[in-house]
Design a protein around this ligand. Sequence first.
Ligand code: ADP
Ligand code: MG
Length: 253
Amino acid sequence: MTPIVQAQGIHKSFGRLEVLKGIDFEVNEREVACLIGPSGSGKSTLLRCINHLEKINAGRLYVDGQLVGYRQRGDKLYEMRDREIAVQRKDIGMVFQRFNLFPHMTALENVMEAPVQVRRESRTAAREWARELLDRVGLADKEKSYPAQLSGGQQQRVAIARALAMRPKLMLFDEPTSALDPELVGEVLGVMRRLAADGMTMIVVTHEMQFAREVADKVAFMDDGVVVEEGRPDQVIVEPRHERTREFLARVL
Ligand code: ADP
Ligand code: MG
């Protein structure tokens, strides 16, 4: 089975700052991988590379067996055009810390937007699918609400429904609950748990160790641009082998 995500020795620099220093990382179909690690360790950058928001400088990155951002001919790599990148990106859904919903659109319109604009679905079909997704995230009764009328947890659930609307093969979550009031974290994690149980392939950057322990198939601890250790959640979170992992966990647990 080909992994959905396959990172082989990837490097990424911003100017002279090397942020990813040779990342090897794989996620198989229907797996949930959690990325943990201190602020500045490169977690968001790794997700952004996977989602074509950043280009890697070295190594190989494959999503669903396809090289990300580059086309290979013989031994040579050519940068992809924007249009080719857009095609690859359609299969990846991403949810950010800040929900970035379109403020002038209702919840339903937010979820319908990409299927109508990008996939050219009819408004009728897109509306039906959007209603189903809002129902799945527990917001069937909020379809007419505007983002400003929703709580942070509800907005984040709309953002998840909006990402799912493109029927992605892979969902990326970058600290999806970090901006939420504590009492709203559970409802978002609940939606993510159900998504995982339904078999969605997910990479989740999170500081929610309980979630990682219970939901993840694998946990990778990143520090200073490398994956320091990786394994089953009980290995990495309960019995970490590396001192850096232990120090980090002592701070967040
Ligand atoms: P994390 O998500 O683990 O907190 P990031 O991937 O956001 O880490 O950032 C890793 C490092 O890369 C940080 O030092 C950050 O300042 C730097 N960085 C991230 N994005 C950029 C950018 N676009 N330009 C310059 N530096 C960046
Ligand atoms: Mg980050």
